[in-house]
Design a binder for this molecule. Structure first.
Ligand code: ADP
Ligand code: ZN
Length: 609
């Protein structure tokens, strides 16, 4: 009997039903058609080619740019009883030969290959001599020169159609704007492909952007309060900051590791392996880290420095919650960040056109930081996606921002910039506004300016907030000398003349609402949750695979919520397929039953008392 897609989904993968476009995509490929799939991270792209590969004759070839990612996928599939293997340059020749033999003998369901390996003569020959079920091109945006992640070796994938005529091809990506999509279609010759475009939204991610006060302490507080024992990624803009922060977090008792391009290759891959294989590691990284990180249960992504664009911010925060469970995207930013980024652009020697594009991108990012309405709506609109007005899962929706009429204070700040000659930095300007006769102020005679001491209604912190917002809104800019001096932008005239009003936001330094995940496991079940996690890590260590390929967090969470007391009930949970039920079912069941008995006893004791 031929297996249906649904039967495979339920028995092999252990999921009840298809999500979104999965069913339609699978049908398209099973019928021999091509597909272009745009689906957000965590949307479930892998099943779209894995299931057709199991249904169609021959091996499904998956082209994927990163070795770590491949190895994970293969380990996960093997756990499900699927015959999967990979070919890449870091393998021993012996193992490569084994895979090639298996391939020739039609013994594989799925083969993951890096593009440069695929295009080697040897590999092409072997594949042309084998029966192929399909070709899947993962991270297809890497073919686009417009995109943020262009990989030259992807360009050569143009030859696939000619080399393997009649084999269905499916290109998948989570990030491709319109020009990139057009380029993917052209380069990969997908003119006849059916398009499956889902939105960009990541509803399980909670966005929060707060003002920076004492960044490290704020971060520590956030982790201790909501994410103790969870995996997370913290992004900083420089290697030095990464090293220092990782060290400091360790001193505070957290398990933190650094990751950046300045570390040796060995140390980087060690740290990456620890991050993947342990449960509660916090990775402190520069943006170089992450593209290859497919760890599904990253529970938070924190930014301690301002990203350069919304694209970067969205991609980096997108690494949280790939498993679909609640996750936090948490960011701090302040005046210093705005100044640094503005100065960086000012000092950059790239050509004017590129500079203008970067400027626009930075402005959009700053806009997102200062916005008082829904962050998700702003993000989705940036990608031309639609969204409702309130998502109820971002800081601005959960706790509306207080704004105040900042017209008067803004005018004071602007005229202070003007009167002092448009060349001084914020610290000096605030001293003047507050009426502090510091040595520097007096040495240039600024105690005699008409703006001296006119701003005593605010304190230093509040003035910094005003200057930050004026810079972010483009009423002020840094001047060309590169020392952080500020100058007026022509648009501020209307404000100075009193023709327009300006609303400013009241700053916020800490999250007001609890993290969502925090609520999802009741205190009485924390013991069970920890026991299940401990069992998972034991099994993972034995087999040298990442814990989540045994069962992911979503599945463990279902165990906690449903507390199945027999194998049949356990098998109905998401993520428990036939193979895993046989291999691990009883081991987890015992823990759940023991735990339920324990809590029953406690309840009974309370009753008899
Ligand atoms: P993507 O590649 O799009 O980021 P994945 O293919 O890694 O996403 O899937 C994300 C998560 O969703 C995985 O943990 C996967 O097991 C789960 N998943 C995928 N499809 C389904 C489904 N139909 N039902 C339940 N869970 C699913
Ligand atoms: Zn919102």
């Amino acid at each position: 009997m031929k297996k249906t897609p649904l039967a495979i989904l339920q028995h092999i993968f252990g999921f009840e039903q298809f999500r979104g476009d999965q069913k339609a995509i699978i049908e398209q490929i099973c019928c021999g058609g091509d597909a272009l799939v745009l689906m957000p991270t965590g949307g479930g792209k892998s099943l779209c080619y894995q299931i057709p590969a199991l249904i169609r004759d021959g091996v499904g070839v998956v082209i994927s740019p990163l070795i770590a990612l491949m190895q994970d996928q293969v380990a996960g599939l093997q756990q499900l009883g699927v015959k999967a293997a990979c070919l890449h340059s870091a393998m021993l020749p012996n193992n490569q030969q084994q895979v090639e033999t298996a391939l020739r003998q039609d013994q594989l369901d799925l083969l993951y290959v890096a593009p440069e390996r695929l295009l080697s003569n040897r590999c092409m020959k072997t594949l042309q001599a084998s029966r192929l079920a399909l070709l899947a091109i993962d991270e297809a945006h890497c073919v686009s020169q417009w995109g943020h992640d262009f990989r030259p070796e992807y360009l050569q994938l143009e030859c696939l159609q000619q080399a393997f005529p009649g084999i269905p091809r499916i290109a998948l990506t989570a990030t491709a704007d319109q020009p990139s999509q057009t380029e993917i279609i052209k380069r990969l010759q997908l003119q006849k492909a059916k398009h499956f475009i889902s939105g960009f939204d990541r509803p399980n991610i909670r966005y929060r952007i707060m003002q920076k006060k004492n960044g490290r302490q704020q971060l520590l507080h956030f982790i201790r309060q909501y994410h103790l024992g969870n995996a997370g990624i913290i992004y900083c803009n420089s290697r030095k900051r990464v090293d220092e922060l990782a060290r400091w977090l360790c001193q505070q008792g957290l398990k933190a590791l650094p990751y950046h391009a300045g570390l040796s290759g060995q140390l980087r891959s060690d740290n990456q392996a620890i991050f993947l294989n342990e449960e509660s590691i916090v990775m402190v990284a520069t943006i170089a880290f992450g593209m290859g990180i497919d760890k599904p249960n990253v529970r938070f992504v924190a930014h301690l420095d301002l990203p350069r664009s919304i694209e970067s911010y969205y991609q980096e925060t997108g690494r949280a919650g790939r498993d679909g469970l609640a996750a936090d995207a948490w960011m701090l930013y302040g005046l210093q960040d705005v100044m640094l980024q503005r100065n960086r652009l000012m000092a950059s020697t790239v050509d004017d056109q590129i500079k203008r594009i970067e400027q626009t991108k930075l402005d959009a990012m700053l806009g997102l930081c200062e916005i008082t309405s829904c962050r998700r709506q702003a993000l989705l609109r940036y990608f031309d996606d639609s969204a409702s007005e309130h998502c109820n899962n971002c800081d601005n929706c959960l706790e509306p921002v207080t704004t105040f009429d900042g017209t008067e204070v803004a005018r004071k700040a602007l005229s202070c910039v003007y009167r002092s000659g448009q060349r001084y930095g914020v610290a000096h300007l605030i001293d003047i506004l507050l009426g502090k006769p510091t040595a520097k102020v007096c040495s240039v005679g600024h105690q005699h300016l008409s703006t001296f001491a006119i701003g005593q209604e605010l304190d230093q912190q509040q003035w910094r907030s005003v200057f930050r917002q004026l810079l972010a809104q483009g009423l002020l800019s840094t001047n060309d000398e590169g020392y952080g001096g500020l100058k007026l932008k022509p648009v501020c005239r209307a404000l100075l003349r009193g023709e327009v009003k300006l609303q400013l936001r009241l700053d916020r330094w800490a999250e007001v609402k609890k993290s969502q995940l925090h609520d999802s496991i009741p205190a009485t079940d924390q013991g069970l949750w920890q026991a299940l996690r401990a069992q998972r890590i034991r099994l993972a260590r034995e087999q040298k695979v990442p814990p989540y390929v045994i069962f992911n967090d979503a599945t463990l969470m279902e165990m906690v919520h449903h507390k199945p007391d027999n194998l049949l009930k356990l098998s109905s949970l998401n993520g428990v397929g036939d193979k895993k039920l046989t291999r691990y079912g009883s081991q987890f069941l015992v823990i759940i039953i023991a735990h339920s008995k324990k809590s029953e006893n406690i309840v009974n004791k309370r009753k008899t008392r």
